[in-house]
Design a protein around this ligand. Structure first.
Ligand code: 5CA
Length: 439
């Protein structure tokens, strides 16, 4: 992508309304624009990151055996009356009436709808287990939308729903998602710790929130520092095998959100020097709630004995749009964002320090072509601007690498390769720089 043709409305000023660094940087880097309180347009740079995150989430869901579908954003109120949640949900639910006076709502989550879909088709234990997910916009009329996309009213969520014949199988599905989440967040460069949590309006008695430790986080958490060093399950994890060992390894070390924290247990289990009381960002949550929805909504399957029973369910959410902000909170410096390679909107920024100079243009075009071919998605800053401004923009928008091409260097057959994270700069020949970038 040539920057001269892209749409990157960076801001020079720090927006006054943004209280946390990720919100400030997302506005400054031209990633999002607020259209109403808690409702954002995703500008091209932000949208690219959102899609990269979504794709990692998708790959790890698929790897764990979940199956993707897509449910609508609007749902019938009557469906929610079946579970009893229509009234319970209160003011967070955006209620809509259509021209036929039918009551609808903009879905804050999809337990009811997926249960309705499931019960329409599945009758036998032979069709189980099933885990269905979608990645779809949600709406929650939060009282205090804040911190940009961190706590929005409209936000993108991946939500998966598991269906099993009995509790043991249901717990296995829970464990599969638990492990998938460890992998998902690690791939984005995040350390997300599963912490025992309250189940709230989703229900059930087993739940973990996946928390990224951050001073600006909204959740207060208590944990044993040892949990930070546990290994992440590998790509070769067999999701059909018994995963309870992995889940136990993580759950046996104290890690709780404020809502379920027990001070006495904490003090008994965690050595004083290992106690960590801090804040964090909830990037995902997993729930096992058995028959909370299947029973009232009559989603039953016949077991091997021919007897019909409500199916055992769990649900598993990832805050896809929140993750964009969470990653920035975890990875930035005074100059701007530092994208981990896996979610970077572009792999490398090519900085032309003198557009119009024949040698510089030639080197930049050569690099642009080679890097594009190699799948490195270069962003080529070909604008006629002064070098200082280009460096500042490149640092702000945070691509992992900068390839700096100026007339002096080119006269000596050299370019500069800068690593955004470490700040290291290497002077190399163009072919060597391209080789270092995998082109
Ligand atoms: N149905 C269940 C799981 S599928 C559910 O809705 N879970 S949840 O309420 O915990 O939401 C899942 C994830 O969505 C959260 O972990 C959080 O990362 C994200 N999320 C929740 N509310 C917001 C919000 N207002 N803005 C941005 N992300 C949010």
């Amino acid at each position: 992508m040539r920057l001269s043709r892209f749409f990157l409305p960076v801001l020079k000023e720090t927006p006054a309304e943004a209280q946390i660094v990720s919100h400030r940087l997302m506005l400054r880097a031209g990633m999002i624009r607020q259209e109403a309180a808690g409702i954002y347009a995703w500008l091209p740079l932000g949208f690219k990151v959102l899609k990269k995150i979504e794709q990692i989430v998708r790959e790890e869901q698929d790897r764990a055996g979940a199956i993707e579908l897509l449910m609508p954003t609007l749902q019938l109120a009557d469906l929610w009356r079946e579970s009893g949640r229509y009234d319970d949900y209160g003011q967070e639910m955006l209620r809509i009436t259509d021209r036929h006076e039918r009551e609808l709502l903009y879905g804050p989550t999809n337990e009811e709808m997926i249960t309705e879909i499931f019960r329409s088709y599945v009758r036998s234990y032979k069709d189980l287990p099933k885990n269905l997910y979608h990645i779809q916009w949600k709406f929650r009329d939060e009282q205090r939308p804040r911190f940009g996309v961190m706590r929005g009213r409209e936000f993108l969520m991946k939500d998966a729903y598991s269906f099993d014949v009995d509790e043991a199988a249901g717990r296995h599905s829970y464990n599969q998602m638990f492990v998938a989440y460890l992998r998902t967040f690690a791939r984005m460069g995040l350390k997300a710790i599963p912490m025992r949590a309250e189940t709230g309006p989703i229900g059930g008695d087993l739940s973990h929130e996946l928390i990224v430790l951050a001073e600006t986080g909204e959740s207060v958490v208590y944990c044993d520092k040892n949990v930070l060093d546990l290994p992440i399950p590998g790509e070769d994890t067999d999701y059909q095998s018994d995963l309870s060992g992995i889940v136990e390894q993580w759950s046996s070390i104290y890690a709780c959100t404020e809502d379920v924290h027990e001070q006495a247990r904490y003090e008994a289990e965690v050595k004083p020097e290992n106690r960590l009381e801090t804040r964090g960002i909830e990037v995902g949550q997993v729930f096992f709630f058995g028959d909370k929805y299947s029973k009232p909504m009559k989603a039953v399957v016949a077991g091997p004995d021919g007897v019909e029973r409500p199916v055992q369910m769990g649900s598993y959410g990832v805050g896809v749009s929140r993750l964009v902000a969470a990653i920035i909170e975890a990875s930035h410096d005074d100059n701007g964002i530092i994208w981990p390679e896996s979610v970077a909107p572009f792999g490398v920024t090519i900085l032309s320090l003198k557009p119009g100079d024949a040698e510089v243009d030639l080197a930049c075009e050569t690099a642009y072509e080679a890097l594009t071919k190699a799948g490195r998605e270069p962003l080529y800053d070909d604008r006629d601007e002064r070098a200082g401004g280009k460096f500042a923009t490149a640092d702000l928008i945070g691509m992992p690498w900068q390839l700096i091409v100026g007339p002096k260097g080119i006269a000596n057959g050299e370019v500069e390769l800068k690593n955004r994270k470490t700040g290291d700069r290497q002077t190399l020949s163009l072919p060597d720089a391209l080789k270092a970038l995998g082109a």
